[in-house]
Write a protein that binds this ligand. Structure first.
Ligand code: PEP
Ligand code: MN
Length: 263
């Protein structure tokens, strides 16, 4: 179902007045985790000034260590919703449990399935049973084929609104957090009719190479990029090292607009 052979035209996901796929690239931005109302308000306000409509923020955080901040849960979803409504933005957040998919419908406009859950088949089935766009991230060690099969799980249950996201894969290279598989983008676009995004934050784990990496993603045909932005990255409760502040985000946007990579 996700194959180009079954459908030649690009799938376009409509979210308010934003369209993901089939033309103009989009930018998803926001903090790694929803932490406080004030944090979300500051970041959303700054992003809105940059013309950003797609707001991300994690409420359920799949952390490597059980002692690390696990996210605010439903309270985080509430804060994200309130903030998105205040600024007329679209709310995107990760859900990690099949049982929470229904709950998420009241709070988010796009349900994210994270890298660690790309092959949580019960979660994929639950995501396939709702009428809400799904942003499906590639697993840490998943092949392109496995990512497409994961999307197939969702679509075979009836939900056709899927956005694929390349977020880097595990390799021996240590200069970046993961290795951005840039060729996955044109391959996914060729094999599938679904929109494809690139997460430049989790793939690189750095903030100093985001502009060239974003340009590369858009140059190979990505329908959008995702980037983590925090009002004060040094005190962020998760992914402090890779999140950029609002000024750095403004510079990134300027670089992409001036070079014609964003309209
Ligand atoms: C995220 O985007 O919040 C996240 C945890 O990313 P990933 O699932 O790609 O690691
Ligand atoms: Mn993160």
């Amino acid at each position: 179902l996700v194959s180009r052979k079954r459908r030649a035209e690009d799938t376009v996901i409509e979210l308010g007045n934003v369209r993901i796929g089939g033309g103009q690239p989009v930018v998803v931005a926001g903090p790694c985790s929803v932490e406080t109302r004030a944090q979300m308000d500051t970041v959303a306000k700054g992003l809105q000034q940059q013309g950003i409509v797609l707001l991300r923020g994690g409420a359920y955080k799949p952390r490597t260590s059980p002692y690390d901040f696990q996210g605010l849960g439903v309270r985080g979803l509430e804060i994200l919703r309130e903030t998105a409504d205040k600024y007329g933005m679209v709310a995107i957040s990760e859900i990690v449990t099949p049982a929470d998919i229904e709950l998420a419908l009241d709070y988010v406009d796009v349900i994210q399935i994270g890298a660690r859950n790309m092959q949580n088949f019960e979660l994929l089935k639950a995501a396939g049973s709702v009428n809400k766009p799904i942003l499906l991230k590639r697993g840490l060690s998943a092949t392109i084929e496995e990512l497409l099969f994961a999307a197939e799980y969702i679509m075979s249950r009836g939900n056709e609104q899927i956005i694929l996201c390349e977020r880097g894969i595990r390799t021996y290279e240590k200069a970046t957090r993961n290795t951005l598989d840039i060729s996955a983008v044109p391959i996914l676009k060729q094999e599938s009719h679904l929109p494809v995004m690139v997460d430049i934050s989790h793939s690189t784990g750095r903030k100093d190479i985001l502009l060239p990496v974003a340009k590369a993603a858009l140059a190979v045909g990505a329908d959008g990029i995702m980037v983590e932005v925090h009002p004060e990255p040094s005190v962020a409760l998760s992914d402090a090292k890779q999140q950029i502040d609002l000024q750095q985000f403004a510079d990134l946007m300027k670089g992409l607009l001036e070079s014609g990579f964003l309209p």
